[in-house]
Ligand binder design. Structure first.
Ligand SMILES: Nc1ncnc2c1ncn2[C@@H]1O[C@H](COP(=O)(O)OP(=O)(O)OP(=O)(O)O)[C@@H](O)[C@H]1O
Length: 235
């Protein structure tokens, strides 16, 4: 579904992504992990067309996305920190985004319901708690039934029940054949929802394996230990 070939990006003289090659298939949940600053968000932003790569290619369903725009409607994105006009009410933000995507007949309002956002519709974005803002971002990411979801730390800031709702939603959408890329630093959470783990270190692909194979080849039952073992291996 997504094929990344020799992806390169630098900021000034600092190389951030260094010849990353990786493929992700439909119906999979892939956790993108790696130390802070290893390039995870930059890779996501390249897929989203928010950052222009210096070299390489990104193909979605066989077609290069470079210089294209239409493909973006197939991707739902939940940023680490959603930024919204402070004076707009939740109702207005959701209404505005729905207006932009008038082409979509059937909208998915499940998270709006499960997170009780309608009861807060008249609250202004600037007055919301961090967690509630996250819930609005989540509801928007899933709303237009995208084939690909990119979720940057989706449960960070959510209370345990809301985090559980998010994880159930991820697994439900995966069953529909969607590809879901999740950045997370919480290994127990990665283990609960992901099929595969992709690890970036210093802008390079360190490994991309299924959770079962990571555990098997490190001989570790705990994913956190298995990953620590691989990360500490010499190249
Ligand atoms: N617009 C920018 N201009 C300059 N440098 C940037 C820019 N965006 C990101 N960087 C740098 O690129 C590097 C990779 O950042 P990125 O956000 O991709 O890392 P990450 O793996 O997502 O980190 P984290 O786990 O902390 O979210 C960092 O050193 C960051 O400072």
């Amino acid at each position: 579904m997504i094929k990344i070939e020799k992806l390169r990006k630098s900021y000034g003289k600092l190389p951030i992504l260094r010849d990353v090659n990786v493929s992700f298939g439909a119906g999979r949940v892939v956790s993108v992990i790696g130390p802070n600053g290893s390039g995870k968000t930059t890779m996501s932003k390249c897929i989203l067309g928010m950052v222009l790569p210096d070299g390489g290619d990104i193909k979605i369903n066989g077609e290069s996305i470079l210089g294209q725009h239409a493909y973006r409607s197939q991707i739902g994105y939940m940023p680490q920190i959603g930024r919204y006009p402070e004076n707009m009410k939740i109702r207005q933000v959701i209404g505005m985004i729905r207006d932009i995507r008038k082409d979509v007949q059937e909208v998915d309002e499940e998270l709006i319901g499960l997170y009780g956002l309608k009861d807060m519709y008249e609250k202004r974005m600037g007055a919301l708690s961090g967690g509630t803002k996250q819930k609005v971002s989540a509801a928007l990411a899933f709303m237009f039934n995208p084939q690909i979801l990119i979720l940057d730390e989706p449960t960070a800031g959510l209370d345990p029940i809301s985090a559980e709702i998010m994880k159930c939603k991820i697994l439900k959408e995966k069953k529909k054949g969607k590809l879901i890329l999740i950045t997370s630093h919480i290994m127990s959470e990665v283990e609960e929802v992901a099929d595969e783990v992709m690890c970036l270190m210093d802008g390079q692909l360190k490994f991309h394996e299924t959770i079962a194979s990571i555990k098997a080849h490190t001989n570790e039952e705990l994913l956190s230990r298995a990953i620590a073992k691989i990360m500490n291996e010499e190249d």
